[in-house]
Design a protein around this ligand. Structure first.
Ligand code: UD1
Ligand code: CA
Length: 475
C-alpha cells in the first residue's frame, strides 16, 4: 500500500491564542507550527499533500506557497469540526491507497513516529490506525477506548466523556492512517450529535468498526510528540521542549552547550561538532556554524555563515558571513551583507553593514563601516566612520590593502583610499587618497597661550595652570 495523500487540518480559529496571527503561523524554533508538521510529513514522500485552511486563509496560503508550494489548499469557510474539514479535503480525491490525516498544530511530531504509524497500519492491513500516547494530564484530549482484544473501539472527546472515561490516560494524537476508499465511503455518514454540534473525525472510527473494519491504536512512548498548541502557554511549553530536543541532538553529535536552558538553536540551523555555544546564545534561521567556532555568551546569529575557528562574543549578527578564525565582539552589530574574510576582526562596539573586510584586516573599536570594501591587512583606527549617507542616497567606500586609517577618521563616500595609504587621525576625508599617500583632512592646531588664566580666572584649571612658570604661560 502506498501513501497516496496527506491531509493537514489547519482551518481552526485558534481562538485561545488571542492573536491576529492565525494559530498555525505562530513559530517555534524558526518554523511555523504548520511548517513543523509539513517538515515531518516531507520525509514520507506522499503523492499529494492537502492543507485545509480557513481562519486567516490569505496569510496561511501565502505562507504555504512559500514553504510548501507543492501543497494544495482546500478552503473551509466555516468551522464545522475535524470531520467536516476532512469531508472537504476528500472532495474530488482519488480514493485509493493510504491517506494520512493530522492537525496543523502539533509541531513536536517526528517523521519517525509518522512512519511507525504507517508501517503498523500497512503491516496489519488495518482499515484505520490511530497514533496514541499516554499523557500524564490527558485533559482536553480525546480518550482511546480499547476493546478486550486491545483493538480501538472508539474515541471519546474530553467534553463528551463520562467520569470513568476521563480517567483514561491514553489519548488521541489527532494523527490517523486510513484506507482511503473506506474512509471516503464512511465520512459522509458523520453526525453532529455531540456537545459542540460539530462533525468529529474521531467518530469515523466507530463507524468503520461497526462496518467490520479493523482499527489499531499505535501507541508511541513519548507523549511530547503529540502535544498540540492551543494557547500561548502551550506555545512556550512546546518551544522549550523543542529547544531541549534540538540541544540534546547537538550535544550527542559533539557540540558543547554550556547552558542548554539559555541556548536556542532553530530547527533550520546547523552546528558542526566541536563548536562551543556559551550561555544566552541563539542560532536562528539558516545559520550554519562550522567546527571549532566559539559562539557567545549572549550572542544572536540569524541567517549567518560562520567558518571554522571563528569567535563571536556578545554580539548580534544578521545575514553575515564570518570567515575562518575571524574575531567578532564584544558588542558588535553585524547587519545584512557583512562579509569578514579569514583572520579579520570586527571588535568592540563596531557596526557593519553591506561591507567586506579583507583577510587579516581589523576594525578593532567603536566604528561604523557601511557600504564598503576593505582590502587585506588593513587597519581601521578606533572611532572611524564610513560616512555612507548624504541624507538622500547611500555611497560606497573602497579601502585598499595594508591601509592605515587613523583614529576618528570620517571617510565621506564616495571615496577611495589606495593601497598602502594612511589617513591622519581626526581627518575628514572627502577626496580620494592615492596609494602610498597620507590624507590629512583637519585644521592645523594652534595653541592660545595663557587663555585659561585670562578667560577662566579663579577656576581649578587656572589654579593648576598657575603652578607653572609665567614664562611657560606666556610661551
Ligand atoms: C482534536 C481531536 C482529539 C485529539 C486532539 C489532539 C477531534 C474531534 N478531536 O481535538 O480527539 O485528542 O485533536 O490534538 O478531532 N480544524 C479544522 N476545521 C475545523 C475544526 C478543526 O481544520 O472545523 C483543525 C484545527 O485547525 C486543528 C485540528 O483540526 O489544527 C484539530 O482541531 P482542534 O479544535 O484543535 O481539536 P482538539 O480539540 O485539539
Ligand atoms: Ca488542537
Amino acid at each position: 500500500m502506498s501513501l497516496e495523500t496527506v491531509v493537514i487540518l489547519a482551518a481552526g480559529e485558534g481562538t485561545r491564542m488571542k492573536s491576529s496571527t492565525p494559530k498555525v503561523l505562530h513559530s517555534i524554533a524558526g518554523r511555523t507550527l504548520v511548517g513543523h508538521v509539513l517538515n515531518a510529513v516531507d520525509a514520507l514522500a506522499a503523492k499529494q499533500v492537502r492543507v485545509v485552511v480557513g481562519a486567516g486563509r490569505a496569510e496561511v496560503e501565502a505562507h504555504l506557497a512559500e514553504i510548501a508550494p507543492h501543497a494544495v489548499t482546500v478552503f473551509q469557510e466555516k468551522r464545522g469540526g475535524t470531520g467536516h474539514a476532512t469531508q472537504l479535503a476528500l472532495d474530488g480525491l482519488k480514493a485509493t491507497g493510504t491517506i494520512l490525516i493530522l492537525a496543523g498544530d502539533t509541531p513536536m511530531l517526528t517523521s519517525d513516529s509518522l512512519s511507525q504509524l504507517l508501517d503498523a497500519h500497512h503491516a496489519g492491513g488495518f482499515t484505520a490506525s490511530v497514533l496514541t500516547a499516554e499523557h500524564p494530564d490527558p485533559t482536553g484530549y480525546g480518550r482511546i477506548i480499547r476493546g478486550d482484544d486491545q483493538s480501538l473501539v472508539r474515541i471519546v472527546e474530553d467534553r463528551d466523556a463520562d467520569d470513568v472515561q476521563r480517567e483514561i490516560i491514553e489519548v488521541n494524537s489527532g494523527v490517523y492512517a486510513f484506507d482511503a476508499a473506506k474512509l471516503t465511503a464512511a465520512i459522509g455518514t458523520l453526525k453532529a450529535d455531540n456537545s459542540q454540534g460539530e462533525l468529529y473525525l474521531t467518530d469515523v472510527i466507530e463507524i468503520l468498526r461497526n462496518e467490520g473494519g479493523t482499527i489499531a491504536p499505535v501507541l508511541i512512548d513519548d507523549f511530547i510528540e503529540i502535544l498540540g498548541v492551543n494557547d500561548r502557554v502551550q506555545l512556550a511549553e512546546s518551544a522549550a521542549l523543542l529547544r531541549d530536543r534540538i540541544n540534546e541532538d547537538l550535544m550527542r553529535s559533539g557540540v558543547t552547550i554550556v547552558d542548554p536552558l539559555s541556548t536556542w538553536v532553530d530547527a533550520t540551523a546547523t552546528v558542526e561538532s566541536d563548536v562551543i555555544l556559551m550561555p544566552g546564545t541563539a542560532i536562528t534561521g539558516k545559520t550554519s556554524v562550522a567546527t571549532g567556532a566559539v559562539i557567545g555568551p549572549r550572542t544572536t546569529l540569524h541567517d549567518c555563515t560562520v567558518a571554522r575557528g571563528a569567535r563571536v562574543l556578545e554580539s548580534q549578527c544578521t545575514d553575515s558571513i564570518i570567515g575562518e578564525s575571524v574575531n567578532v565582539g564584544p558588542y558588535t552589530f553585524l547587519r545584512p551583507g557583512t562579509k569578514l574574510l579569514k583572520g579579520s576582526k570586527a571588535g568592540a562596539y563596531v557596526e557593519m553593514k553591506n561591507a567586506t573586510l579583507g583577510e587579516g584586516s581589523k576594525v578593532p573599536h567603536l566604528s561604523y563601516v557601511g557600504d564598503a570594501v576593505i582590502g587585506e591587512g588593513s587597519n581601521i583606527g578606533a572611532a572611524t566612520i564610513f560616512v555612507n549617507y548624504d541624507g538622500v542616497e547611500k555611497h560606497y567606500t573602497v579601502v585598499g590593502d595594508h591601509v592605515r586609517i587613523g583614529s576618528d577618521s570620517m571617510l565621506v563616500a564616495p571615496v577611495t583610499i589606495g593601497d598602502g595609504a594612511y589617513t591622519a587621525a581626526g581627518s575628514v576625508i572627502t577626496e580620494d587618497v592615492p596609494a602610498g599617500a597620507i590624507g590629512v583632512g583637519r585644521a592645523k592646531q594652534r595653541n592660545v597661550i595663557g587663555w585659561v588664566l585670562r578667560k577662566r580666572p579663579g577656576t581649578k584649571s587656572a589654579e593648576a595652570a598657575s603652578r607653572h612658570s609665567s614664562d611657560e604661560q606666556k610661551g
